[in-house]
Structures are given as structure tokens and as C-alpha cells.
Design a protein around this ligand. Structure first.
Ligand code: TYD
Length: 142
């Protein structure tokens, strides 16, 4: 199973505008594979800012640029993939050991993140060589 993939969200559009609903838990409209325990959003980023630069041990996340656009680089320890999040109907699902870096935020971008768990610093891997060691350990076990 790929550790990062794009999900097309269901857009409800009519002559009043557009609406997207995201439900956790695998059922309903634009359902995602986890129950949502936390939401945060990144905004007012300065040009040339790079955010992220970490992996998570067990957290699942869904990233949506609800306004503006940015690029998210996902690295599973072998392959690096760049995702362009450039519309509110496009979501990036990340699970498992994935090093992520967010960059190229355009002015006014709001990056919303839905997460499967509460904030827990112990779930973070903030050092790249520790991340690579964790991937190798995982691969040996798997
Ligand atoms: P940080 O992990 O540096 O954000 P990013 O990886 O997106 O660049 O988080 C910035 C600060 O916000 C840091 O002090 C931790 C805090 N924080 C929380 O308190 N709760 C959260 O859910 C998140 C994501 C961050």
C-alpha cells in the first residue's frame, strides 16, 4: 500500500458556489480512512518557507489546500514524490513512515490538515537519518 496518495474529494457545486464535506471513518461523503481527532491549519507562510521536515511513526493525515497552493514532497525512504496541492478538491493522504516537506506556498495559502490523533511529539521523527533507520527496521520486520 502506498504511503502517500491523492484523494479526489466530492465537490457539491451549484449556482451558489461550492461545498466539500470530509467525513472520517470510511463512510459517507469523501470519506477518509481514519477518524479525525485533530485539525490544524498553516497560513501566513513567508515566501521560501519550508515546513514539515519530519516523519510520523503512526499518525495518519489528510492535507488540503483550502485556499492557494503549495507543493508537498513525500519521501518513503526510497522514492520521493512531489504533489501539487492546488485546489480545495484535491487531498493528500499520508500514512506510515513518510518524510514530508511543504514548500512553494503562494501568498494567502491556507493548508488544512486533518489528523488521526492528538498532537504527540513522541510520534515525530525530526532527524532524517533516524527516519532512514526506522524505514530499514520496518522493511526488515515487514
Ligand atoms: P511544527 O511541527 O513545526 O509544524 P510543521 O511541521 O507544520 O512545520 O509545529 C509548529 C508549532 O506548533 C510547534 O511548536 C508545535 C505546535 N503544534 C501544536 O501545538 N499542535 C499541533 O497539532 C501541531 C501540528 C503543532
Amino acid at each position: 500500500m502506498m504511503a502517500s496518495r491523492l484523494i479526489e474529494l466530492n465537490v457539491h457545486g451549484d449556482d451558489r458556489g461550492k461545498l466539500i464535506a470530509i467525513e472520517g471513518g470510511g463512510n459517507g461523503d469523501s470519506s477518509i480512512p481514519f477518524d479525525i481527532k485533530r485539525v490544524y491549519y498553516i497560513y501566513d507562510t513567508l515566501p521560501d518557507t519550508v515546513r514539515g521536515m519530519h516523519a510520523h511513526r503512526s499518525l495518519q493525515q489528510l492535507l488540503v489546500c483550502v485556499s492557494g497552493d503549495c507543493v508537498v514532497m513525500c519521501d518513503d525512504g526510497l522514492i520521493r514524490t512531489e504533489y501539487s496541492l492546488n485546489c480545495p478538491g484535491k487531498a493528500l493522504y499520508i500514512s506510515g513512515l513518510v518524510w514530508r516537506e511543504m514548500r512553494k506556498f503562494s501568498k494567502g495559502t491556507v493548508l488544512m490538515v486533518l489528523a488521526s490523533d492528538y498532537y504527540n511529539e513522541a510520534d515525530y521523527i525530526r532527524d532524517y537519518s533516524t527516519f532512514i533507520k526506522a524505514v530499514k527496521h520496518d522493511t526488515r520486520l515487514g
